[in-house]
Design a protein around this ligand. Structure first.
Ligand code: ADP
Ligand code: ZN
Length: 679
């Protein structure tokens, strides 16, 4: 179906489908009933938007959130697609325009808020305008058991039956129960063509750090990412307010968000977050489904999330545009204690509590993982064969030691004191500290007294935290703070099973503060200039910045530096309509920055080396995507080029000493040729 690729290119400006999109687009275009489960950021909307453009007649899209609908409509209109929305937020003018387009028969997509389905007249209206396909976004909203349940979603099944048209349902929530419920309620139990895409989000860098000086850790993390949009998730409402204030004090633009705020205030934060570049929202998990901003560059958890599913969902809000993004989670023994207690004290029945402890355990397993976070995370979703190289543990594997012995000592200290004490007192016993509490209870006479002097207090704290993480000990809900051994600890206690622990992880937290640059230093100024231009256009048009171009598109522009309008058309995310509207403006930004010589080049001005530098730059531009123009973009920094000009290497070996192997492979020979000619 060549036509699909053309549309993808011309209307949406994408050079190729993301994994899984093509199959879904084909099935939806053919008029199959479809259920597609894709991770957040996988590109679900395209899977109904493209078929809607391709098919005759009108596609109705049902989506739970007004803000998202308006966003998508704006995005489509910016790409030249006739789309409209009927929601309670419409002005009369907007509604009139939608009906006008409907009557003229040239609307391709009509977004509908689920509440609209409650009106009896809606079915006949839709029939009158020849709706020939239904698309349902966030289809898990039909599930009564999930927290996103929307009663009006239950009307969709009847609507499909009444209209007799195919239905395509999309969701990122994939557990088998929810899937079954979607099939029952939307498709009357008749299994649709189902697509299940992997859960990996390879562009999100994953990291965990143990809490040391948590506020400073968080501020350092944010400081290294100033100007990028981010979310900080906190465990309590109070903390969202204090942290947001602390961030503002450090010069960030930041605000808080939680369920206790007036609806108006919440909407204001949502709107600001959608439109402003670089706002940080400090929030509880109430800041959730409505967050559809594709260019969130980082998500930090100031406190441990409640389960592995919540973790996955919350970090998933980062980097939907596919450009590099980061997720960093802070946690400590107190978090584990708090989450356990919340489960134990909750109102759920015993089965549910057991399952909740299991989900928390899975997350703790991830926090205390000994190898790749991504592998550990995705194995929970039954996915294997993961390549990563994009997590803290792949960056720097943790130091591991056989902890069987120390764990047994700790367990023994707990058991000999009848499991009535918390970690602080148990560590005093292990370290042989004659505190008042120890002496009062005669614990200095225990055989475990002082057997743990080979570790420091901090190291023991890390051991206790990991024991909680491995669920060997749990806080006793009857006795505040007391740690109780679980059955899982028995084999270790009896030395039937050994256990590996991580060496103190505190050291690594400093490293986590380093930001991953989106582009290399050479391209950074241009990227900043492109972003500034985007902001100006967005503000003038009163739309979020990413409606103009998303980060990923600007990054590609900064790296490839298109020179002509044709080059520009080849950039991902630049469709025909956007090329027409913004192509020249952005080309100008690029050309201006190119004619502004780099400081490294200015130093060489008027000398023969200056010419040499320019020739290298030219050769490099030709090869930036390899000889065939299909490789990953690569370029040398200005400093590196200046160094080559200065050293004038004569062979590939000496070239490699300056450039490293990858760049030598790409540019080495061509650079040598330039240098040779100049001699
Ligand atoms: P979700 O699956 O979370 O609904 P979206 O449909 O919002 O994801 O898409 C996420 C981002 O990916 C958007 O910014 C969209 O423009 C971009 N995108 C979708 N398909 C492609 C593609 N084939 N190539 C490049 N970017 C794409
Ligand atoms: Zn990894």
């Amino acid at each position: 179906m060549a036509h699909q690729e053309t549309l993808l290119r011309d209307v949406f400006g994408f050079s190729k489908f993301r994994p899984g999109q093509k199959e879904i687009v084909e099935a939806v275009t053919c008029g199959d009933n479809v259920l597609a489960i894709m991770p957040t950021g996988g590109g679900k909307s395209l899977c109904f938007q493209l078929p809607a453009v391709l098919r005759d007649g009108l596609t109705v899209v049902i989506s739970p959130l007004i803000a998202l609908m308006r966003d998508q409509v704006r995005g489509l209109q910016a790409s030249g697609v006739a789309a409209g929305a009927l929601t309670s937020a419409n002005t009369q003018q907007e509604t009139d325009a939608v009906y006008e387009a409907l009557n003229a028969g040239n609307l391709k997509l009509l977004y509908l808020a689920p509440e609209r389905l409650a009106a009896d007249s809606m079915q006949s209206v839709l029939r009158r305008y020849h709706v020939n396909m239904l698309a349902v976004d966030e289809a898990h909203c039909v599930s009564q058991w999930g927290h996103d349940f929307r009663p009006d979603y239950l009307r969709i099944g009847a609507l499909r039956r009444a209209l007799g048209v195919p239905l395509a349902a999309f969701t990122a929530t994939a557990d088998a129960e929810t899937r079954q419920e979607i099939i029952e309620r939307l498709f009357d139990g008749a299994a649709p063509t189902t697509f299940l895409r992997g859960f990996d989000r390879p562009n999100i860098h994953l990291s965990f750090a143990t809490k040391n000086v948590p506020r400073q850790q968080l501020l350092a993390f944010a400081a290294a990412r100033k100007g990028q949009s981010g979310i900080v998730y906190c465990g309590t409402r109070a903390k969202t307010e204090t942290l947001a204030a602390a961030l503002r004090e450090e010069g960030h633009s930041a605000c808080h968000y939680h369920g206790g705020m007036e609806a108006d205030m919440r909407r204001e934060v949502e709107a600001r977050f959608a439109t402003e570049d670089g706002l940080v929202v400090v929030a509880t998990v109430a800041f959730g489904m409505g967050v559809d901003k594709p260019d969130i560059r980082w998500v930090a958890h100031a406190d441990l999330p409640k389960s592995i599913e919540s973790y996955y969902q919350e970090i998933g809000r980062a980097g939907r545009d596919g450009a590099p993004a980061e997720a960093m989670t802070l946690y400590g023994a107190e978090d584990i204690r708090l989450r356990r207690t919340q489960i134990d004290e909750g109102l759920a029945d015993a089965d549910r509590r057991l399952a909740d402890h299991g989900r928390l355990n899975a997350l703790l397993g991830l926090a205390e993982a000994l190898e790749c976070r991504r592998k550990t995370l995705l194995s929970y979703f039954d996915e294997r064969d993961i390549t990563c190289k994009n997590c803290d543990l792949c960056d720097q594997p943790p130091e591991i030691f056989d902890g069987t012995d120390v764990v047994r000592k700790a367990l023994s200290a707990a058991l000999r004191t009848k499991e009535t004490f918390g970690a602080g007192h148990l560590i005093d016993i292990l370290l042989g500290q004659e505190t008042e509490k120890v002496l009062q209870r005669g614990h200095q006479d225990l055989p475990t007294f002082g057997v743990g002097k080979d570790l420091s207090r901090v190291q023991w704290q890390a051991v206790f935290r990991q024991m909680m993480g491995h669920d060997l000990i749990r806080p006793d809900k009857e006795r505040m703070g007391a740690l109780r051994m679980t059955d899982a600890a028995l084999p270790v206690l009896r030395a039937e099973q050994s256990i590996l622990l991580r060496k103190d992880t505190l050291k690594q937290t400093q490293k986590g503060a380093e930001a991953k640059a989106l582009v290399n230093e050479e391209d950074a100024p241009l990227l900043a200039a492109l972003k500034a231009q985007r902001r100006r256009l967005a503000e003038a048009a009163h739309v979020p910045a990413y409606i103009i171009f998303n980060d990923r598109t600007l990054i590609e522009m900064a790296q490839n530096r298109p020179k002509t309008i044709d080059d520009m058309a080849r950039i991902n995310g630049v469709g025909a309509k956007k090329l027409e509207n913004y192509g020249l403006t952005f080309l100008n930004v690029i050309n201006e920055s190119v004619t502004q010589p780099h400081p490294q080049r200015r130093k060489l001005a008027g000398r023969k080396d200056g010419e040499l530098y320019d020739q290298l730059l030219e050769v490099q531009a030709e090869l930036s995507r390899g000889a065939q123009g299909i490789d990953k973009p690569l370029s040398c920094s200005a400093a590196l080029l200046a160094k080559i000009v200065k050293l004038k290497p004569r062979d590939l070996d000496s070239m490699e000493k300056v450039l490293g192997d990858q760049k030598t492979l790409r540019f080495g020979q061509a650079f040598l040729d330039v240098l040779e000619k100049a001699l």
